[in-house]
Design a protein around this ligand. Sequence first.
Ligand SMILES: *[C@@H]1O[C@H](CO)[C@@H](O)[C@H](O)[C@H]1NC(C)=O
Length: 159
Amino acid sequence: MLWYALVVTLLLVIRNGQAEETKIIDGNDGIRSISSGLSYGKCGGYCSQSINITKVPSELVALKGPNGDRVQYPTIQRKFCFNSVEWQELIALLDLEKFKMLDEIQGCPGCADGGIEWIQVDWSKESKRVTFEYEALIADIEELIKYWRVLREKYFKYL
Ligand SMILES: *[C@@H]1O[C@H](CO)[C@@H](O)[C@H](O)[C@H]1NC(C)=O
């Protein structure tokens, strides 16, 4: 009887441990997708591009579109795999507390015909987008911004 109790206790401890671990890995407040884009106001042809990475399904959607002529420049979209390891790497770059504190508009994006960059995080019930001047680095999300620039380099070759 004592042995039985011991084994049951042990199993419970192990199971709790695993649940705890899953929660940590899942982490960062149940983020569903993270996306980022770049666009220009005064521009012909393909003037905006964005990448949206979703956790479920774990994929990356790269998209480019025009400001005007949709016949000559139809929106082009392509999907790529984005596995859970890559997702964890991305999430690790995001300091949520700091991201949530940031002003939604940083500087004067789009002024003086400059480009506009943005990063957006979607949860199940809310979402937040931070928009900034093309090539600016915003304090607290520098690493995240650099990461997205690398992703753009990598994926827009294929579009
Ligand atoms: C990215 O995709 C998710 C899931 O389809 C969607 O909820 C979210 O709004 C998308 N983000 C953008 C910026 O379109």
